[in-house]
Design a protein around this ligand. Sequence first.
Ligand code: GRF
Length: 189
Amino acid sequence: MKRIILFASGSGSNVENIVRYFEGHPAIEISAVLTNKRDAFVIDRCNKLGIPALYFNKSGFTGSSLVLQVLQCMDPDLIVLAGFLLKIPSELVTAFPKKIINIHPALLPKFGGKGMYGKHVHTAVKTQGESETGITIHFVNEHYDEGAIIRQFKVGISERDSVDQIAAKVQSLEHKHFPEVIEAILLDT
Ligand code: GRF
């Protein structure tokens, strides 16, 4: 079996969607979810889904090699950031070349970088009067949202769309496409 480790900091709707997609999959399994937020709703989802969840604090992530060691022990085939808000330390990027991917809720290179997450992204898209937005699935390097792009998917928006409506359109693209792209990466298709 190919093993996935998910990282998340928030609600975890993508985590739940990915876990459900791979339930009973013949070749791919979810090993665990790692989070830097002790009270993140993603932990409740993991409890419900029966998926192991591990919390780590900042000292475990950037102040020591704890998370690196845990990951090395678990030996994942892919590390998937699904709403994970911290920057990935360079030791992790180096230890898992081409094995860490992220999803960004806009069409990079537009609307990316530090501070561009969640509502901030959708508000900026609306303020700029964009006629489309979308999602970007990309490899992770040492810089926020700058790794090589794997796939992008677009959706049209109108000036009448509220920020919440834009967010809903983007989320539905994420739920539709992210699991399939993960599967294609792991199965090399
Ligand atoms: C998603 O919009 C994802 O693109 C971004 O963070 C959000 C996570 O949402 N990186 P959820 O926690 O999966 O609901």
